[in-house]
Design a protein around this ligand. Sequence first.
Ligand SMILES: *Cc1c(COP(=O)(O)O)cnc(C)c1O
Length: 461
Amino acid sequence: MPFDPVPALLSQATEQLEAEFTTLPPFAPTVDRGAMETVLAETARRLGDNYPYFHPLYAGQMLKPPHPLARAAYALAMNINPNNHARDGGRASTEMEIEAVREIAAMFGWPEFLGHLTSSGTIANLEALWVAGQTAPGRRIVASEQAHYTHRRISAVLKLDFGEVATDNRGRMDLGALEAELRKGDVGTVVATLGTTAMGAVDPLDQILALRERYGFRVHVDAAYGGYFKLIAGQLEDGARRAYAATASADSLVVDPHKHGLQPYGCGCVLFHDPAVGRFYKHDSPYTYFTSNQLHLGEVSLECSRAGAAAVALWATQQLLPLRPDGEFARGLGQGRAAALDLDRRLRNDEATSGGSRGLAAGGPELDIVVWKMAGETVEESSRLAQEIFVAAAALNLHLALVQLPEPWFQRGRPIEKEADSQLVTCLRSVLMKPEHEAWLESIWERLAAASASVVGGEER
Ligand SMILES: *Cc1c(COP(=O)(O)O)cnc(C)c1O
């Protein structure tokens, strides 16, 4: 592993934090250091049973290592372990949460809003759909076929009817299909995904909002994965750029700092455009220790206890790497995207390494996720080749992912056929979300080419 600056930074900052509490009589918890050492050694051994998520050759699922500063700030906060349910549970970390969330809202063009951190994108989406259900009781939620599976499940939890809207062959919500749903007259909320989980597809939010004028419904934006691309929307294709330009007009929005925002897990964020939705959260808890009369985040959150440390880590990260289009964080997003475009181009131009045997997605990556199908006589053969390359690449320390997509998407120029749509083909998928992926692409490509050759070539011999 590379040199880790966290322990030294942390020990210095811990001394500074201790100095804030010098009026107290000295106290140290009794611990058995030797026993802890033994258990921790065993813990390290057990943790070895993992893919190397921290390394640039891990290019599979949506896993981005937390920034070293986020790790240090989180660990520092563990000396206090604040609870952002109420100010009394975490005074400083509540202020930090409010400041950090305000910066995120500003990124989406919302000077006025109601919002807070959550333990995940799932919980953030749950809150957004819960509010949607409160504002339009009995009306349906619709999301695209490529939307995160959580929306269907959350709708079931909330006892709201849920409908799926077809997508085009790049995984984006099909507007004709959406309008057909809207004409039924019972849609309360449309979920627009900016950056689908499978392939980073960007739903046409601007055009969905235009339909809102005609049909009247709430628009919830699930940008759990792709939200931060708002900062580099100018570098995206026209359609995606227009979608990101429209975020200011959505009714609610979810983004996951623990996906692309360099945070440890346990950090999602939900924003509501209309602060008045706070009324839905009103509760009368005898447990909440309301000793100040300022707003407690626990009053506008479905969750009770929440990790103050998550807010501390996020706040610190945004101090170091402000959410600015011209900042270092935005540059990092651009590097991942450059890596994705590079891989896509290599896959398309590749004759030598694959003998032209690689099939491809109909369009290039909209964000930083590349998906490709292996050429094969049948869906089964394509799927098997993808699986074998996945295994062969891992043996070369290159970690990819697999995803199932409708086979017809890969047949260029052919219209989507509903029946054939159900034919799913297993594809290779690479999420190139680390800035380092750009510089490592050559190395990733060499391994991918070798893995592909061993599988495809081995077959011909
Ligand atoms: C990851 C993801 C979610 C779920 O978020 P968690 O933080 O994993 O609970 C929801 N929607 C999209 C688009 C996602 O990518």
